[in-house]
Design a protein around this ligand. Sequence first.
Ligand SMILES: [Zn+2]
Ligand SMILES: [Zn+2]
Length: 302
Amino acid sequence: MADTGDTGDTGDTDDTGDTDDTDDESAPSDAFAALSDPVRLDILDALTDHHRTEGHAPIGFAALRRRVGVRDSGRFRYHLNQLRDRFVERTVDGYRLTATGARVAGAILAGTYTESVSLGPAELDSTCPFCGSPAVATVREGQCVVSCAGEHPLFSWHVPANAATDASLSEVVDLAELLAFQAIEQALAGVCTQCYDGVETSVGTPDEPGFRAVCDTCPARLVGPISFPLLVDPDVAGWCRDHGYTLREDHVWEFPFVGEDASVEPAGDDADGELVVTVAIDDDSLTATLDGDGRVVAVDGN
Ligand SMILES: [Zn+2]
Ligand SMILES: [Zn+2]
């Protein structure tokens, strides 16, 4: 029988599922609870599979139940209803993932291969800016770490395990750097990279400068040098290019001012938390004024 709808299986009519699933599901604990059963994860997986082959078209109740492989229609309906309306949407033609459901399914898939991914250590085509020895990269347990033979830490970022499965070490490093840039940009836009809630960024003080974005909602936190916001500013990128460095083509640790102590001063007596950050390449310097949130508001380079 074709997987086209709710026919053929006794008891597979889907007309009684509207009673117990319309509670306010706003609490995070409710979301975790909704995903607490393997059958429900199998349902998300089956819907993801369906969407891959059929696009966003809904799938009928019986066809979905057969894909998941649960014989008991009542039991299946119960679990399916636990996923509504946050993760799974019911339409007149059947079921499909909501946007949130698609993201959650993606996140689960991203971690599926965690244990199998292990790359390096191996040398990259790059040298340590501190000691000149080769940069060495390792990917373990979802973390991409670059250091050098002299054990200078150069870069570390999370990479989704599935992204590393069929990739070379240098491809994973490139991806990790891209994700880092995106995270900085997203944090500066006031959005958490993990849960998309609002996030506040800060730059510390002239004595203890540093770029921070810590989410109040989820465990995500971004803590880095004060030069982080500069890395995503187009004017800074242009100045770097004029001095022989191309952001996102050259490795981030190769920029002379990343990881070194930048010179940081208050922007003035009425600075209101603004900082002036001065960085140098060779004999030239660039000053960038950051507001209290870390956004670059002015750039002056020579
Ligand atoms: Zn080194
Ligand atoms: Zn968050």
